[in-house]
Design a protein around this ligand. Sequence first.
Ligand code: HEM
Length: 485
Amino acid sequence: MDFSGALNIVLVLVASCLLFLLACRKKKFKNLPPGPTPLPFIGNMHQVDVKELIKSLRELSGTYGPMYTFHLGSRPCVVLSGYKVLKEALIDKAEEFSGRGDFPAVQMWSNGNGIVYGTGERWRSLRRFAISTLKNFGMGKRSLEERIKEEAQFLMAEFRKTQGKPFDPTFFLSCAGSNIICTLVFGDRFEYTDKKFLTLLDLINSNWKLMSSTWGQLLFTFPKIMRHVPGPHRLIYKNYLKLAEFVRERIEMNRETLDSNHMRDFIDCFLIKLQQVLVIRQVSEETMSKTTVNLFFAGTETVSSTLRYGLRILLRHPEVEEKLHEEIDRVIGPNRSPCMEDRSRMPYTDAVLHEIQRYADIVPMGVPHTVTRDIEFRGYTLPKVPATAQFDPTQFKNPNSFDPTHFLDENGRFRKNDALMAFSAGKRVCLGESLAIMELFIFLTSILQSFNLKPLMDPKDIDITPESSGLGNIPRPYQFCLLPR
Ligand code: HEM
């Protein structure tokens, strides 16, 4: 069903609740920045392409400036667009902007519990606990780099089995990315043939896609109604329950063999913390389960989607792939595994990875924020904030094209640009950033060290715009060949 069909159903179903919702909202938010005039109930949704919401929001900022009010159905939210305003909000007013805006697709399952969708004191303690525990198990350290290098070799072995024939890389990349977070959270990796593991990856991949689909956008916009409308979006909740059930089984396995003198993983540490009731306030087993699902989900799909998108971009740009091969051959050579130390001597590869993250923009609106208290910001009172900076024409000369020179100076040296906020910024900044950067570098260089990419069509015909866009930017499905070098 297309958007207009679904919208008609929604309109019919909810006409009666309309005035009440609007009245509530109007009362609550009096001093919002100007924006396009909303219609009753559908808000500004008639002014955007729901399949490309983020693109439409960016275009509207051309008319209304870097901060404007947009009505997602009857819920007003303030869109911040561009580096300057985002820095002012997420970094200069980090504390005030650290709240989590409601995210209806997940709300029914998360109930505001866990790290990603939590708020307040519990979120703060959980975040501190997760960061320190993951660091103890190697996040950002040499030991984890060795684990990533080892996983890269498993991935290469799987790729070699394709024998140069066309294949879809989705699940191989998901297995590799997921196995790193699994090592931290569950203490072990899974075989790429493990049926249960593949089912879980399928659930994550399916939820990521659903939250980024037209149905997902409708749920985001009309949550109260869409929860009762049949459609694929209702699978999101069911899939989360299945993921949580798997995590529950793992927690039970850990509990039976728990030894406080020998902590094996994140779950062990959490079980011990739960015994020290006062260490983390308002934390229950439910919190542990939701936090673990959060880490498993966030650590799996983000890295693998970036790599999947990145390889597609390289298929479209063989001239970039060629330069990457040249740098890899010169700095690393064919006989040893890539390591993080190589990165500082590989400015071109570094620039390409940054540009892949900028262009692919796999979490295009970030995860919605809200302010923690009523604040005046640029003269207005803000309720909720989707944000985007990576396509800011004042920060990137060629924002809508894939162009690694965005991150290179005139002498070919790597040049940082703070406007790239793929991991967001401020108090909610992605807590897996250092881990993700290691994975992206080691996985991508390992692939290109071992293989040439071969597209199944003329590179010029490869469409590198996303298939759909919502929570994530979903790359178009594709097959390609890997030819051993
Ligand atoms: C390329 C890979 C990744 C990207 C692009 C990415 C991006 C993001 C973004 C945009 C956010 C929202 C931040 C905000 O609310 O302002 C986020 C949050 C988060 N990410 Fe990542 N992420 C990646 C990898 C990872 C990994 C590997 C982990 C695993 C440890 C992870 C765990 C989290 C968690 C737990 C949060 C919630 C933080 C909070 O709400 O306090 N992410 N990530």
